[in-house]
Design a protein around this ligand. Structure first.
Ligand code: 4NP
Length: 153
């Protein structure tokens, strides 16, 4: 089983969407998907209501998720750690124990050849439009990730 962790800052806006979207595209018996935040600001909280709404609009329920902070043991528990932006990338790399840990960490948009951006922007202080844009970026990235996982089988 391949284990994938989605990481953002609060684990209430972007990474819960990334978790829900990828789960909707893969066979849960073959791929385990989880998410975490680089902070514990929202530990135990539901995803942001705007993330819940946008996921629902596209037929995905993320209300079973609760925010949790990233922990060092996640490096051993997961095969790939997808981060949303460069700040998450640096924060997670700073916690890596060795080279093997570091190699697990990837910017999620590096999976798509997208000239527009290499980062999924933090939508926390944006309106609904920001969440729609984030959903579309993550949907595109997760489509590529799931097809790569299928090819790897
Ligand atoms: P996320 O968005 O990293 O996509 O979950 C944020 C949520 C909360 C905060 C920052 C970003 N915050 O500072 O509380």
């Amino acid at each position: 089983m391949i284990k994938i962790l989605m990481v953002c800052l609060g684990n209430i806006c972007r990474s819960p969407l990334a978790e829900g979207i990828l789960k909707s595209k893969v066979n849960s018996l073959e791929v385990l998907v989880d998410s975490a935040g680089t902070s514990d600001f929202h530990q135990g909280d539901l995803p942001d209501s705007r993330s819940i709404q946008i996921a629902k609009k596209y037929g995905i329920d993320i209300t079973d998720q609760r925010s949790r902070p990233f922990k060092i043991s996640d490096f051993d528990a997961f095969d790939i750690i997808y981060v949303m932006d460069k700040s998450n990338y640096q924060n997670i790399l700073n916690l890596a124990k060795n080279e093997s840990d570091k190699q697990k960490v990837k910017l999620i948009l590096s999976e798509i050849n997208w000239s527009k951006s290499t980062e999924v922007p933090d939508p926390y202080n944006s309106g609904e439009k920001g969440f729609d844009q984030v959903f579309k970026m993550l949907d595109e990235a997760c489509a590529i990730i799931s097809s790569k996982l299928n090819d790897a089988k």
